[in-house]
Design a binder for this molecule. Structure first.
Ligand code: FAD
Ligand code: MG
Length: 294
């Protein structure tokens, strides 16, 4: 049987995309690997009615509500490939099964790549963050370290003073010039140019000269990559930004590859749960419009 739509990725964006389609009684297959980007965090912030709720609780509630629609099929697993066939697509799962559909929605998200600093990855989402709006408030105006990965880290070093007393640690990734030093000074950000040996304790930084700097939280820019190569294989265009690549879409979340839509973090910079939900809703309605009219 041919589904109307296969949605690759069943997190906030993918589930939101499914709603308008299911409510129009279209046959939808969601394939989901279950690795939401925020699975490292114990609480999610800033989404209406769900502020402070655990990310997996939000996803589980949504899953229960979606499951009430009889035209939904949900498969756990990863899509490995997608190919255009006749007037639609064939999606191949990692277990080798093939499924076909008339439309495709890519909602597979992105993967965060952190710099290789001992102790950093295991604190990601607990005391090491990238988004001040998501996790800055809980630091209670305390001590914050911003770890540099590239010149773009200046952006975090200049933002975070709204959330606490900030020390910027470029960690040898670049030398702030006179203009950058003046900007840091104007925001009250301290500079520590000694390289980092490790992150330890809750959010403490051991420098290579042996000094230990204690922080309430650390921020670092992650370099992101698409969680699946399928968009590239289908010929979707990408925006290459300093912190990674995103699928290009129009305002209706259409990728420019006929009948392929994309939404959520895979298709926007600086994503969040509410933005993924909004983009997903647009992708689902635009996809339904294309099923009716083209
Ligand atoms: P994701 O939630 O990343 O989901 C993508 C889904 O697609 C996953 O289930 C994955 O397994 C699946 N998938 C990937 N590839 C395949 C494939 N080939 N086949 C099948 N399935 C696949 N945002 C907030 O609004 N508030 C917060 O407090 C917040 N905190 C965060 C904390 C951390 C540590 C991080 C890293 C992010 C945080 N975010 C927060 C951002 C938020 O996690 C993302 O914006 C959001 O998860 C994007 O939703 P999405 O549906 O686009 O992608
Ligand atoms: Mg977009």
């Amino acid at each position: 049987m041919t589904y109307d739509v296969i949605i690759i990725g069943g997190s906030y964006a993918g589930m939101s995309a499914a709603f308008p389609l299911l409510r129009a009684r279209r046959r939808v297959l969601i394939v989901d690997g279950g690795k939401r980007r925020n699975r490292f965090a114990s609480h999610s912030h800033g989404f209406l009615t769900q502020d402070g709720v655990a990310p997996d609780v939000i996803a589980a509630q949504a899953g229960v509500q979606l499951a009430a629609y009889p035209t939904l099929t949900w498969l756990e697993g990863n899509a490995m490939d997608a190919n255009r066939r006749d007037d639609g697509f064939t999606v191949t799962l990692e277990d080798g099964r093939d499924f076909s559909s008339r439309r495709l929605i890519l909602a597979h998200g992105i993967t965060d790549n952190l710099p290789e600093i001992s102790g950093l990855q295991e604190r990601w989402g607990q005391s090491v963050f990238h988004c001040p709006y998501c996790h800055g408030y809980e630091l209670n105006q305390g001590k914050i370290g911003v770890i540099g990965v590239a010149p773009m880290s200046m952006h975090q070093a200049l933002m975070l003073p709204d959330w606490g007393q900030v020390t910027f640690l470029p960690n040898g990734t670049f030398e702030p010039d006179a203009a950058a030093l003046a900007q840091l000074d104007a925001r009250g950000t301290a500079l520590e140019t000694t390289r980092i040996a490790e992150v330890t304790g809750k959010a403490d930084v051991r420098l290579v000269d042996g000094r230990l700097l204690s922080f309430d939280g650390l921020f670092v820019a992650s370099i992101v990559s698409p969680s699946s190569p399928i968009a590239e294989r289908l010929g979707c265009a990408f925006d290459d930004l300093p912190n990674g690549r995103q699928i290009v879409t129009d305002d209706m979340q259409h990728t420019g590859v006929r009948h392929v839509f994309a939404c959520g973090d895979a298709a926007r910079a600086a994503g969040s749960v509410p933005l993924a939900v909004g983009d997903g809703t647009m992708a689902g309605t635009a996809c339904h419009k294309s099923l009716m009219f083209d």
